[in-house]
Design a protein around this ligand. Sequence first.
Ligand SMILES: O=C(O)CCC(=O)C(=O)O
Length: 339
Amino acid sequence: MFQYEPFRDSTEHLNDGETLRTRLGEDGYLFLRGLLPRDAILNVRARLLDKAMEGGWLAPDSPVAAGIANAAAACKDPEPDYMSVFRHLWSDEALHRLRIDPRVLALFDRIFGERALAHPMFVQRNIFPQSDVFDFTTGIHQDRVHIGGATSYAMWMPLGDCPREMGTLAVAAGSHTTGILPTRVGSGAGGMDIAVPIPGTWVTGDFEAGDALIFQDVTVHKALPNRTRSIRMSFDARFQKLSEKMADTNLVPYSGCGTWEEVYAGWSRPEGQYYWKDLPIATMPLDRSYYEQRDAMAFEMAEAGDRSARDAILRIVQRDPLPEKRERAEKLLVRLDAG
Ligand SMILES: O=C(O)CCC(=O)C(=O)O
């Protein structure tokens, strides 16, 4: 059983870059209350809930604002049913502006002691309630294998109030000092879970709209299961020093959401579009060796009929750049689904 300690709250040090850096160095994370105004978050929440309602994700007989899930529509990234609704949520202009809010950028400038870069790519998550037949709880992992480049930091924010039982994030405080840990095929987001005992102390807490959790790319973390009836909505964006290299995969929109032109097509005003175009960004290729290792394991498991590899196989079908690999994965998916 996991035991959770409460987050160490760093809100009172919000304007003190040196203390924030020290705490990040000690714990691998920062928990900050009210980084963004509650109203700004609730506005984005309302916009996304309208799109979720249109897409059939919400219970038709309850108020949209409650965000109660339509259990029959439960789906997950990157299933086609999920993506067809999600791409409208991800493209939301008010959502995109949150990660480049001046309060957020100034915070990372202070933490780094130099100019921060917000990665153009970011994630928005919609986690349907856990049930006997559905579970998409994010497993224990590190972000570095997915994000690549120089050291980066995630900012995770729920889009609304998020008590623990709705599936908040938990981090293993102090786990950022042991480098990249061995992985195995996982079933939650990213599909790559840590395969060894976790160093550090698990911490978590209840979030209110506007609270932020910041953590390093090697800090081990996971989500708690969503045991409510509502969809847990959140977003996570990544930040690094502008002077350091960013993996080129962070320059494109979220996979399955089209081109930047398509993302921006429905916006009412251009503010926040292409904000990185005039910045002196140096890029490098993503080190794909971790994905290659995961995929080799997933192929082996799927070939042996192990359905726990299904999410990883689906990811290859939807997202792998190599056509022959996608084709192999497609055949295996059909076989797995035929039982
Ligand atoms: O929101 C989640 O379930 C996972 C978030 C996460 O793993 C991250 O922000 O790196």
